[in-house]
Design a protein around this ligand. Structure first.
Ligand code: C2O
Length: 580
């Protein structure tokens, strides 16, 4: 079914050395997406929607420069799209995948072929459904290896493993999603976290299927850790073992030694781990960093997923050692990890910080309230029943179009789908992070006035340099929002707690070796400054990667104009682009 043509042709390697040219391959996969996979998990049976009958779905392995072709057949009863999280999609925006942004969904019974070339990036990324909550089960890893003749900017590992973290519900996730809309407080929390699809020994009925890897004493392993969970940031730790971070979001970092890794949903972290402990068994464990603070505190899934590392030659009966994980609200550990990473200057695909800045934006990110407005006056679950949670950027709560994608509307000049007046600044200035606002009984008129439902995009001219201060608000509840930008990596120039101060904070920008990412966990009750160059024409959504916040409207879209030449212009859509 799946062909890894690029990794099975030794002649390609030989040729590329002989002529010192890079011979790229076409890597082709078929995704059959069906909702008939039966999973025994947590003492019950679930029928899930899955790709090629596996959870997680197939791992895609390519080399930088390859063209990836994925034929997606939607045999499920749901509308479907697939997004290739973190792939630049240079001039291939039609393949990006967010529903109603770059394409209409693939309707049940239909198919679409995603085709794009992967250039200018290598490392660990992933793919996932980008419509409703389907990504809970429709997701997998996407690994970009160096092109032949190039190597990692670190000692090559002896072996490598994908550690794909996920989130699991003991119910049909589309029903969970619908229920969440009705209650107005979002979907119920999950029943488990998973490592490569498995919850692990700390959950009932799971120990037989726990994910296990074997290591040899003295060897070095590359772990490609991905947070594919929907609604939780996750701490990840290995008992007794240090990790050295070498990349994040498929961008190399200065090696950073740590005993804990934190990943917002959507983020990836590559670490080297040396098997240097006494031969035995050790747990790897992941559990939530629950940064949300409000009155009353929001519920969260406080369970822990585990997998087991066993040394070859260890006694088979040895009980694994469990790591001590940070506290659920350990924001200092969170901030230490996130702010300690730096980019690997002059490493492969290192890009200097672009400048001067053409577009200066200040964007508030946070929650709000809207009238419940359920059909048949069904009350929402917020006390009083009259209000529902929402979320916004600069007070605009983003609603996706339903009849045409934003990219088609832009490309074909069809009006009435969106407006291009997304504001560069919030309409009202206030003490954004004042904890007093962090409660559900914040005056409804204030919270409602902070959330207007709209479909507003920001138009950018080709190659403009964009700087955005992302400012978390305390309204209804503060929380660390993992903000993801499609189509680009950005540099993270600075981050901190409280309200951003344009004078003192801008003097601390790291313009030398900032980390490059596609997803930033904006500190809870704080801010972060990102910068990117809009060199890729298309329509690129920027949104909170907490799945329920995307549905609440924590998003906007950048419509980036074509450049001056055909080589800098978006080609027309493929013939099979799905229609609404
Ligand atoms: Cu990983 Cu817009 O998504």
């Amino acid at each position: 079914m799946a062909q890894h043509t690029s990794l099975t042709l030794p002649c390609v390697l030989v040729l590329s050395f002989a002529f010192s040219v890079v011979l790229a391959d076409v890597v082709e996969h078929s995704f059959y997406v069906e909702d008939n996979m039966i999973v025994n998990q947590l003492c019950s049976q679930q029928v899930i929607t899955a790709v090629n009958g596996s959870l997680p779905g197939p791992t895609i392995a390519v080399r930088e420069g390859d063209t990836l072709v994925v034929h997606v057949f939607n045999l499920s009863p749901y509308n479907l799209t697939i997004h290739w999280h973190g792939i630049f999609q240079y001039l291939s925006g039609w393949a990006d995948g967010p529903a109603y942004v770059t394409q209409c969904p693939i309707l049940p019974g239909n198919s679409y072929t995603y085709k794009f070339t992967i250039t200018g990036q290598e490392g660990t990324l992933w793919w996932h459904a980008h419509v409703s909550m389907l990504r809970a089960t429709v997701y997998g890893a996407l690994v970009i290896y160096p092109t032949p003749g190039r190597s990692y900017p670190f000692t090559p590992p002896d072996d490598e493993f994908i550690i794909l973290l996920g989130e699991w519900w003991n119910s049909n996730v589309i029903d969970v999603d619908e229920q969440g809309k009705l209650t107005g407080v979002g979907p119920n929390m999950s029943d488990a976290f998973t490592i490569n699809g498995q919850p692990g020994d700390l959950y009932p009925c799971s120990s037989d299927s726990t994910y296990k890897i074997n290591v040899v004493y003295g060897k070095t392993y590359l772990l490609r850790i991905i947070n594919g969970a929907l609604d939780d940031q996750l701490f990840f730790k290995i008992a007794n073992h240090k990790m050295v971070v070498v990349a994040a979001d498929a961008a190399y970092t200065t090696p950073y030694e740590t005993d804990v890794v934190l990943l917002g949903p959507g983020q990836t972290t590559d670490v080297l781990m040396v098997a240097d402990q006494s031969p035995g068994a050790y747990y790897m464990a992941a559990r939530a960093y629950a940064s949300a603070k409000s009155v009353p505190p929001p519920p969260f899934d406080n369970t822990t997923a585990t997998a087991i590392i066993t040394y070859v030659g260890a006694q088979s009966s040895s009980t694994p050692t469990m790591p001590v994980l940070p506290g659920f609200d350990d924001k200092d550990t969170a901030q230490r990890f996130h702010s300690s990473l730096t980019g690997l200057v002059n490493g492969p695909f290192w890009r200097p910080v672009p400048g001067p800045v053409d577009e200066n934006m200040f964007v508030t990110v946070g929650l709000g309230l809207l009238p419940c407005a359920n059909p048949g006056n069904i009350p929402c679950a917020i006390p009083g029943g009259l209000l529902r949670l929402t979320a916004s950027m600069n007070n605009e709560s983003f609603r996706l179009p339903t009849t045409l994608s934003i990219l088609e509307s832009h490309f074909n000049g069809v009006g009435g789908i969106y407006t291009d007046d997304f504001p560069d600044q919030p309409p009202v200035t206030f003490d954004y992070t004042n904890q007093q606002f962090s409660n559900l009984s914040v005056p409804a008129n204030i919270a409602i006035s902070m959330s207007r439902v709209s479909t507003k995009v920001k138009r950018l001219s080709y190659n403009s340099t964009v700087q955005i201060v992302l400012q978390n608000t305390a309204l209804v509840g503060i929380e660390s929002h993992p903000i993801h930008l499609h189509g680009y990596n950005f540099h993270i120039l600075a981050q901190g707690f409280g309200n951003y101060d344009p004078v003192s904070d801008s003097s601390n920008f790291n313009l030398y070796n900032p980390q490059e990412r596609n997803t930033i966990a904006v500190p809870a009750g704080g801010w972060a400054v990102i910068r990117f160059q809009a060199n890729n024409p298309g329509a690129w959504i920027m949104h909170c990667h907490l799945d329920m916040h995307l549905e609440f409207g924590l998003a906007t879209v950048f419509v980036v104009e074509n450049g001056p030449t055909p080589e800098t212009s978006l080609p027309p859509p493929p013939q099979d682009l799905p229609q609404c």
